[in-house]
Design a binder for this molecule. Sequence first.
Ligand SMILES: Cc1cc2nc3c(=O)[nH]c(=O)nc-3n(C[C@H](O)[C@H](O)[C@H](O)COP(=O)(O)OP(=O)(O)OC[C@H]3O[C@@H](n4cnc5c(N)ncnc54)[C@H](O)[C@@H]3O)c2cc1C
Length: 470
Amino acid sequence: MKRIAIIGGGISGLSAAYEIEQRRKQGADIDYVLYEASNRLGGVLVTEQVEGCLIEAGPDSFLSEKPAATDLCRELGIGDQIIGSNDSERKTYILVNNRLIAMPDGLMFLVPTRILPTLFSPLFSVATKLRMAKELFHPPHASILEDETVAALVERHYGREMVERLADPLLSGVYGGEADQLSVRAVLPRFADMEAKYGSLGRAMLAARKNAAPSVSAPRPIFSSLRGGMQSLVAAIAPRLTPLNLRIGLPIREVQRREYGWLVNTDAGGSSFDAVVMAVPTQSAALLLRNSVPVLAQELAEIRYSSSVTVGLVYDETIEAALPPGFGFLVPRTEGKRMLACTFVHNKFPHRAPANRCILRCFLGGSRDEAVLDLSDAEILSIVRRELDDILGVDAEPLAARVYKWRGAMAQYGVGHLDRLERIRQILQETPRLTLAGNGYSGIGVPDCVRTGREAAKQMLGYLGYPILA
Ligand SMILES: Cc1cc2nc3c(=O)[nH]c(=O)nc-3n(C[C@H](O)[C@H](O)[C@H](O)COP(=O)(O)OP(=O)(O)OC[C@H]3O[C@@H](n4cnc5c(N)ncnc54)[C@H](O)[C@@H]3O)c2cc1C
């Protein structure tokens, strides 16, 4: 019987374990052990019940258009618990000169596709609006061959204001990263392709909309989540795994190459495996592989991570009057605040709060403010409350507050990331029986992690001679 070690019990590692367990149930003579350093499974997926409200400490949802998470939920029998975001209320604001300004209708990520709402929006200066009109005549650009930052591409099309007011806050919301650092080809590959083909991003978006097949069904909500919170995904996978195969609270210290495969070392001793799935952040993977595959470790160590802090605040319904309708707001760096974003959770997912409660979820940290991680919870709360007062005029005492710190949890795909992935792929080809999963490679979201986890398991099963099933 062959044995596979899975290192890391976040959603990536759990998805890999689930895949192998399924194969076992179908009769494959295969064994696995999943190692998790902390004393719980799920990694950054953590949900808490507070004051009758559901607070997410890490991810609160996943993009509906990426099927891996939804498919897994259905396989696990929790498809009926999938809920959609309340898109009729979807409005997002940007803080400009300490005023919340709604993002105009028709913005697709940051490309304006409707003239009037953009023309009348106070979000952009006249100069930027003129740039937007001129952008429709932008000539094709051969960035398909080279990588560059998101900021460089956006600035070329729409100017610096668009980078500061939209691209940067949107990216810090998703990646905890900066438009001046993140790779356009890794983060917004569609934009680079559109530019190469059409020149103008505006014209490309309009063409894509025109060519899209008319939808007969109701539009899918943009975000999906689970009625009981994201941790219910973990709660649904864990009982399907064999308890004896889970080593929780046991960090791996090193992974050593052996002729037969790998020796996986913990403080309690080593275990031999035929194959290893590394489902930990790339920085941890680099440490574990530093002696056995130093060239790989070096590439992995160069993928940077940022940290984030989320703060969940529960209020009674009286603060509702102070909130504009919508999902929340983003804070550009130029506003000089520490808060990066705030979600009005009771609007985005009304199931998460009773009618007499409001939940605000605030984000801090990111690659520009790692220092916030070193503050105490009380200091972070006081910053958040002061800034909520400044921005929304909400100075009420919350009924409950929770601060969650996630150090080094968000991978940052810098310029050249895709080339690095190609080098990693080549090294792995020469290092059989080892594979990688997680948010450091081809997508940071939960569906990407589910996908990479399952693919990694399938790859190792295939390598060990277990037939690939459909
Ligand atoms: C605050 C926040 C908000 C987010 N919001 C969203 C969102 O709304 N939607 C979305 O799709 N995505 C979101 N993401 C991203 C997404 O949640 C993550 O990318 C994903 O959950 C990462 O899963 P993972 O299993 O790869 O890594 P992790 O969850 O980091 O799990 C890795 C696990 O490996 C363990 N480990 C590390 N080293 C070792 C070792 N040596 N030995 C054993 N175990 C080890 C760790 O303890 C950890 O449990 C968010 C992330 C954060 C932090």
